[in-house]
Design a protein around this ligand. Structure first.
Ligand SMILES: NC(=O)c1ccc[n+]([C@@H]2O[C@H](COP(=O)([O-])OP(=O)(O)OC[C@H]3O[C@@H](n4cnc5c(N)ncnc54)[C@H](OP(=O)(O)O)[C@@H]3O)[C@@H](O)[C@H]2O)c1
Length: 379
C-alpha cells in the first residue's frame, strides 16, 4: 500500500480508503448486508494496508455502521481510522447532535470516532447546522474525546464550498471528484483550494458511483488506442492519486474482486507519475464522454425563461447524463427530488415560445415529452 499526507496531521493515510456505502447485500435489499462477506472484505483491505474506513449514519438503511463496528472487532479497530457522519437532516435542535453521536458510538461499538463529518453539506444544511452551533458543539465533543477531528462532506457549488472551507479551521473535507467532475461541485479548483488551506481532502465517488468502470464503446476505443493498457478503473483511480492534493480515495467496493483489484491499483499509485501523454488521454476520454449526448443542448439558457416555469436546460442536462453513463437512476432521482413540479418536463404546456430562441433549433416541446416519458414512467 502507498501512504499519503493527511493535511496538517502527523498521520499517513492509505491511498485507498474503504467506503462502506456499497457493501454486498442479500436479495437486492440495500438494508440487508451480506455480513460475512462484507466483514471479510473490510478485514482483507485492512490486512493489506488500508487504514481509513468511511461510513455514515444512513448507509444501508442504518446498518453500515453496525457492520463496520463488527468488522473492526478482533484488533482491527486499533489499525483503522474510523470516519462517520452527522446527518444534518436529522438535526433540528442542538440536543439531536448529542443523541445521534451517542447512537453512532453504540452502533459502531467504539468509544471514539477518529474523523467525524458533517454529512453532505450544501448551503442550506450548512447554515442550519452553523446556526445551531455545530462548531462549538464539535469542539465540546472533541474535548470529551468522543471524536478526534471534525470535517465535512460536500455536495453543492464551488462558491459554497470555499465559504465553508473558510468558515472554520477544519482538519479535512470530503468531495465528489473524478475525471468527469473537474468542474462540478467543488471540482479541481475546490480540491486545490482546500489543500492550500491545509485541509486533508478525501475523495468520494472516484468512479462516479461505478459508472466510469463500464464505459461505453466510444470511450473504450479511446482507452484501447493508447499504448499503455490499463482497465478503466485503474485509469480513473491512478489519475486521482497522481494529484498531490488528494489525501485518500474512498472506493465503495461491492465484491471481493473489487477490493483485491483496487488494492493492487493503489499499490502502483503515486504523485505526478502520469506523463503528459497519459494526462492528455484522460482529457480525450472526458471529451468523448461529453460528446455523448442524445439532445444537442449546450445549456446556453437562451430558451429561458419558460412562461410556465419549466427549467429546460436542466431537464436536457439530466437526460444527457442518463444517456452518457447509460444509467438513468441518478438523473431520475434528481428529476423527481431536485426539481420543483413546475420545473419538470411534464409542466410544458407546448406553447412553443422557447423554440425560436434556441440557437441549436431544437424541437424543445417534442424533446421535453421524451424527457417526461423517461423520468416519469414507473420503474
Ligand atoms: N459523504 C457523502 O456525501 C458521500 C456520498 C457518496 C459517497 N460517499 C462515500 O464515498 C465512498 C466512495 O463513493 P462511491 O461508493 O460512490 O465510489 P465509486 O468508486 O465511485 O463507486 C463505487 C462502485 O464502483 C464500482 N467499482 C468499484 N471498484 C471497482 C472495480 N475494481 N471494478 C469494477 N467496478 C468497481 C462498484 O460498482 P458495482 O457495485 O455496480 O459493481 C462500486 O459499487 C462511499 O462508499 C461512501 O463511503 C460519501
Amino acid at each position: 500500500m502507498q501512504y499519503r499526507k493527511f493535511g496538517r496531521l502527523d498521520f499517513k493515510v492509505s491511498a485507498l480508503g474503504f467506503g462502506a456505502m456499497r457493501l454486498p447485500t442479500v436479495g437486492g435489499d440495500d438494508g440487508r448486508i451480506d455480513e460475512e462477506l462484507a466483514i471479510k472484505m473490510i478485514r482483507y483491505a485492512i490486512d493489506n494496508g488500508v487504514n481509513y474506513v468511511d461510513t455514515a449514519y444512513g448507509y444501508h438503511r442504518g446498518n453500515s455502521e453496525i457492520l463496520v463496528g463488527k468488522a473492526l472487532k478482533d484488533g482491527y479497530r486499533e489499525k483503522t481510522m474510523l470516519a462517520t457522519k452527522l446527518p444534518p437532516w436529522h438535526v433540528n435542535v442542538r440536543e439531536d447532535m448529542d443523541r445521534l453521536l451517542n447512537e453512532q458510538l453504540k452502533k459502531l461499538d467504539t468509544d471514539h470516532i477518529d474523523f467525524y463529518l458533517l454529512h453532505a453539506l450544501n448551503k442550506d444544511t450548512w447554515n442550519k447546522l452553523y446556526n445551531l452551533g455545530v462548531l462549538d458543539w464539535a469542539e465540546g465533543v472533541i474535548r470529551k474525546g468522543l471524536i478526534r477531528y471534525i470535517g465535512f462532506s460536500f455536495h453543492d457549488d464551488l462558491e459554497t464550498f470555499k465559504k465553508i472551507v473558510d468558515a472554520y479551521n477544519w482538519t479535512f473535507c470530503q468531495i465528489q471528484y473524478n475525471y468527469m467532475d473537474i468542474d462540478h461541485q467543488a471540482g479541481m479548483e475546490g480540491l486545490k483550494y482546500a489543500s492550500s488551506k491545509g485541509l486533508a481532502v478525501v475523495i468520494m465517488e472516484p468512479l462516479r458511483g461505478g459508472r466510469l468502470a463500464n464505459p461505453p464503446d466510444r470511450v473504450r476505443q479511446v482507452f484501447d488506442s493508447f499504448p499503455i493498457k490499463r482497465s478503466p478503473v485503474a485509469w480513473a483511480l491512478l489519475w486521482l492519486w497522481n494529484q498531490p492534493e488528494v489525501s485518500t480515495v474512498l472506493s465503495g467496493m461491492s465484491n471481493f474482486e473489487q477490493v483485491k483489484e483496487n488494492i493492487e491499483i493503489a499499490d502502483k499509485s503515486g504523485i505526478n507519475i502520469f506523463t503528459p501523454e497519459e494526462l492528455r488521454l484522460i482529457e480525450r476520454v472526458r471529451e468523448t464522454y461529453l460528446g455523448i449526448k442524445a439532445i444537442d443542448c449546450n445549456e446556453c439558457g437562451y430558451c429561458m425563461p419558460c412562461p410556465n416555469g419549466v427549467n429546460i436546460p436542466v431537464n436536457f442536462h439530466l437526460y444527457n447524463e442518463g444517456v452518457r453513463y447509460n444509467d438513468f437512476g441518478g438523473p431520475r432521482w434528481h428529476y423527481r427530488n431536485g426539481l420543483k413540479e413546475s420545473e419538470r418536463a411534464s409542466s410544458c404546456i407546448k406553447c412553443g415560445i422557447c423554440e425560436p430562441k434556441c440557437p441549436q433549433h431544437l424541437p424543445i416541446r417534442e424533446l421535453l415529452e421524451k424527457v417526461k416519458e423517461t423520468f416519469e414512467a414507473t420503474v
